[in-house]
Design a protein around this ligand. Structure first.
Ligand code: UVW
Length: 339
């Protein structure tokens, strides 16, 4: 139990959940918050909130290349696929298939771990900025990359397995941005978001997951694994990470995560890169670095949104654990909504 910082970033909650905390605002998912979510189960229908994990297809969306994008290998070398157990013993009549998958953890429907985005920041107060993550965890010590030449690589702290063991369930609240803007590009700031939530009669309470339906994942599906980056960059409403009022509301709202059906939750790049140093992804900076708010990206909401519209509802019970992948900075997942 040692505090890892002397300087706490302005607008951060570092230390509020303890000096060793690694799950941030997910601490606000209390038994009461889960029960409030469970009370949204009224009809017993459920919806899959994941894209097929071989979507979007290609690399057109990503500022950082994520390769190999998705590689599925039915182990067809005669040992693992359609393997006749009679080869082990003539008495056995079973036939068994195995396979392997290689996938960038942030390629398709995913959670960002708190180890995904940090910042150059002077946490020691010695006047020298260094690479720091949520709650003061350090690059090279806690988040260890190949260049660090250490034995134990990966997120030794803040990895996605911390989220997996916390039990990710609670009340999801949909902000149906697609209903307002369709497939038109629109930068959604605080006033826009509040107006959509008001119109839906939706309210975010402490411990809720905010889910943003923008239509982006539907557009990706329609491109049949050949995503057109230019079209996607000009389509669909997306949060405006430059809007300070929006960022302040996220801080004050008590929400535990923001889950969107687009590739970065916020518009990227947020602004033209010139002048002083600033985060390319200001909403990631607030959420992952300062507040410990997990981000879900490339989720799939079309059928759930249709149901909620038809039933004039906005809330549902959400179950969304990541894979328990030790040391990983993100995870694919298959979230489920129950209504
Ligand atoms: C980046 O593209 C940097 O991150 P994310 O996958 O969180 O959008």
């Amino acid at each position: 139990m040692t505090q890892r910082w002397k300087n706490r970033p302005e607008g951060s909650n570092w230390g509020d959940f303890g000096p060793d905390d690694q799950i941030g605002r997910m601490n606000l998912i209390t038994p009461e918050a889960r029960l409030r979510g469970a009370r949204e189960i009224r009809e017993g229908h459920s919806f899959c909130l994941s894209l097929p994990l071989d979507y979007p297809g290609g690399n057109a969306l990503f500022p950082l290349r994520r390769e190999p994008v998705f590689h599925h290998e039915p182990r067809g070398d005669g040992h693992n696929f359609n393997y006749e157990m009679s080869q082990v013993s003539g008495c056995y009549c079973d036939v068994i298939s195995d396979d392997a998958v290689t996938l960038f953890t942030q390629y398709s429907t995913q959670w960002d771990a708190l180890a995904h985005v940090g910042m150059m920041f002077d946490a020691d107060g010695d006047g020298v900025p260094e690479k720091v993550y949520y709650n003061g965890y350090r690059a090279g010590i806690d988040i260890v990359g190949p260049d660090d030449r250490a034995d134990d690589l990966g997120a030794q702290a803040l990895g996605i397995e911390n989220l997996a063991v916390s039990g990710v369930q609670g009340r999801g609240v949909m902000a149906d941005l697609e209903a307002r803007w369709g497939r038109d590009r629109h930068l959604v700031g605080y006033d826009d978001l509040m107006s959509v939530l008001d119109e839906q009669g939706a309210e975010i309470e402490q411990g809720d997951f905010l889910c943003l339906y923008t239509g982006f994942a539907d557009l990706i599906l329609s491109m049949k694994k050949r995503p057109d980056g230019d079209v996607l960059a000009k389509s669909c409403p997306v949060l405006d990470g430059r809007d300070e009022k929006l960022l302040n509301w996220i801080t004050d709202s008590g929400l535990v995560a923001i889950c969107a059906d687009n590739f970065a939750v916020e518009a990227y790049p947020a602004r033209v890169p010139e002048g002083d140093s600033f985060p390319a992804l200001p909403l990631h900076n607030l959420c992952l670095f300062k507040q410990g708010i997990h981000l879900g990206e490339l989720w799939y909401f079309a059928e759930l949104a249709e149901f909620l519209r038809a039933h004039k509802r906005s809330a549902f019970f959400l179950t969304a654990p990541p894979l328990r992948l030790p040391g990983s900075v993100g995870s694919p997942l298959t979230p489920v909504a129950t209504v």
